[in-house]
Design a protein around this ligand. Structure first.
Ligand code: HEM
Length: 572
């Protein structure tokens, strides 16, 4: 095991020692049925804040397992009482779908109206014991598998847009709001992946991310505080946490999204129908998958990734750039095989997912009476009780990870890979795979891949960058202050195919074969295929070339100060 891991035996959870732990009654008090939950809600949002809420109770009860109420409570949740899990050992009980029911618990102790999803309970709200779960999850998994050759090229083309905007904003305004730019990129990527066209070619135009964000906000408002000083807490609490916000506010927005997907994802919806799923049900599920699961997840993931890499500073940037550039050069491109060889880049992605898991809450109801274990005690849970895991504490468990609050870039390299079984961001262990029997995210491998490609592209383009960061409603905010361009790397080598209207095709990692098609040109082990959905790409490139003619030199370091390294800043 690496120096960054503790001496905990990795099979601790299943070891016989856990059965010898003392049985302890679960500490904690949920208070009276009405005032208890309201008091906890105020402590959680206003008096203590999220992390402090859990920390004070963990210290008070001297236990990582205790009882509390989780927001929203009255009048939105029928029963807000939960058993809280805060350590890496008890947390995985939530992944055991033979003992935990995952019906309608995606958002916690309340469920938004199905009017937000066309009247359907979509896949993420279904328990694996419901037959529709397997059908829908199989549909998603096969749709992803069929598109796997597009993952890297489509994402890279979306990143090219992201970099153009980032550079423009930094050079014009002296700063760039990464969250907004990343949100647009994520929406474009998800839409292009499933619909084979840029959303700007549909009635959505560039409005897709705004429509989804409004729709997400109304569903997740009970879990959010706006943190506005001019809005009294009592008023905010009444507006966001007491009664469900009506779906009527976003009815027309949702309709626009639904129609755009319905019109553009015909081949995907044909696949769904051939599997026995009704076309409209498949489309509502697709909107949820694209908007809530994928876009919603990326909305918090990418800023968190860039935040931790940005704050780690120049030394890590140099190490990443060295690894990425040498492997890309040796492998001849950004391929699955090249990405797989980047040990540091891989570790950095896992470390970001560990230290700031994009979806911090997991819920499940006990299907039977059971005994669960923390590091030092066993606890009895009764059938029907709601169990809640707060993931940022579980994946920063000091008994599993050394320096858990520190971003340790190389944590998962070498022997450290064994610690991946304690990385839970996908609602399962990183060492496990999503199946139709479990509730693990079917986008797990795609998400890890995209995060790697994002770092690869960053360090193919730039040597280093400076950021400022803060917090937003659902995660971190990142503002770029400067970007220092990589002066010597030959971007043209990798951009030439796109300039010629060709798109790269990569070997299937299983068969190691390049897909054969009529109009593809063999070029080493990458194929270049005539690109016929590339209009937006051409326009973007033309704009970029015109800008470059206007004065590329002054942008060699895209920084208000001419590229000088500004030093790190962070506004927490
Ligand atoms: C950064 C991006 C993503 C994050 C952080 C994320 C995270 C998660 C998590 C935590 C869950 C489990 C929720 C629960 O039951 O408690 C989940 C489920 C799910 N995710 Fe993802 N996800 C991401 C991207 C994606 C993508 C790209 C797809 C599909 C293409 C996807 C599809 C799904 C689906 C369908 C489920 C429900 C699984 C089931 O019901 O068994 N997600 N995701």
């Amino acid at each position: 095991m690496s120096s960054s891991s503790s001496s905990l035996p990795l099979n601790f959870v299943n070891s016989s020692s856990s059965s010898k732990l003392p049985l302890r009654s679960i500490p904690g008090d949920c208070g009276s049925p009405f005032f208890g939950p309201i008091k906890d809600r105020f402590d959680y949002f206003y008096n203590e804040g999220r992390d402090q809420f859990f920390r004070t109770r963990m210290q008070k009860y001297q236990s990582t397992v205790f009882r509390a109420n989780m927001p929203p409570g009255p009048f939105m949740a029928f029963n807000p009482n939960v058993v809280v899990l805060l350590d890496a050992i008890s947390f995985p009980i939530l992944f055991d779908t033979s003992r935990i029911e995952k019906r309608n618990v995606l958002d916690g102790t309340y469920m938004p109206s199905t009017a937000f999803t066309g009247g359907y309970r979509v896949c993420a709200y279904l328990d694996p014991s419901e037959p529709n779960h397997a059908l829908l999850k199989r549909f998603f998994t096969s749709s992803l598998a069929a598109r796997h050759h597009n993952f890297i090229p489509v994402f890279r083309s979306c990143l090219t847009e992201l970099f153009t905007t980032l550079e423009d904003d930094v050079s014009r305004k002296g700063k760039a709001d990464f969250n907004g730019i990343s949100d647009n990129m994520s929406f474009n990527f998800v839409f292009k992946l499933f619909c084979d066209k840029h959303p700007s070619e549909t009635k959505l135009g560039s409005n897709g991310p705004n429509l989804v964000t409004k729709w997400l906000f109304l569903q997740l408002a009970p879990l959010i505080t706006l943190g506005l000083s001019m809005l009294p807490n009592v008023v905010e609490d009444l507006l966001l946490h007491t009664f469900p916000l009506p779906s009527l506010f976003v009815k027309s927005d949702y309709k626009k999204l639904y129609h755009a997907f319905y019109a553009s994802a015909s081949s995907l919806l044909d696949e769904a129908e051939s599997m026995g799923i009704k076309r409209d049900e498949a489309c509502h599920n697709l909107v949820f998958l694209a908007g809530f699961n994928a876009y919603g997840g990326m909305k918090t993931l990418f800023p968190a990734l860039i935040k931790w890499v940005g704050l780690a500073g120049g030394k890590l940037h140099r190490q990443l750039a060295d690894e990425i550039r040498s492997i890309v050069k040796a492998e001849g491109g950004v391929t699955f095989a090249a990405l797989d060889k980047m040990a540091l880049t891989k570790s950095v992605v896992y470390e970001a997912l560990r230290i700031e898991p994009p979806v911090p809450f997991q819920y499940g109801k006990a299907k039977e009476d059971m005994v669960i274990h923390s590091h030092d005690a066993a606890f009895e849970i009764k059938k029907g009780e709601m169990i809640f895991g707060y993931q940022p504490f579980a994946t920063k468990d000091p008994k599993v990870f050394d320096n858990p609050e520190e971003f340790v870039a190389h944590r998962f390299m070498g022997d450290g890979e064994k610690l991946l079984e304690y990385v839970y961001w996908s609602n399962g262990r990183e060492s496990d795979d999503p199946t139709v029997e479990n509730k693990q995210c079917p986008g797990k491998d795609l998400v890890v891949l995209l995060s790697r490609v994002m770092l690869v592209e960053f360090f193919l383009h730039y040597d280093t960058f400076d950021i400022e960061c803060g917090t937003l409603l659902l995660g971190s905010s990142v503002t770029f202050k400067s970007l220092t361009k990589q002066p010597t790397f030959d971007h043209n080598f990798f951009q030439l195919p796109a300039k010629l209207g060709l798109r790269m095709e990569f070997p299937n990692p299983k068969t190691k074969r390049i897909p054969k098609s009529e109009n593809s040109l063999g070029f080493g082990f990458i194929n270049y295929k005539k690109n016929n959905h590339n209009k937006d790409e051409k326009q973007r490139r033309k704009k970029k070339e015109m800008r470059e003619e206007r004065g590329d030199a002054e942008r060699a370091a895209v920084s208000p100060s001419g590229g000088e390294h500004q030093g790190r800043t962070c506004q927490f």
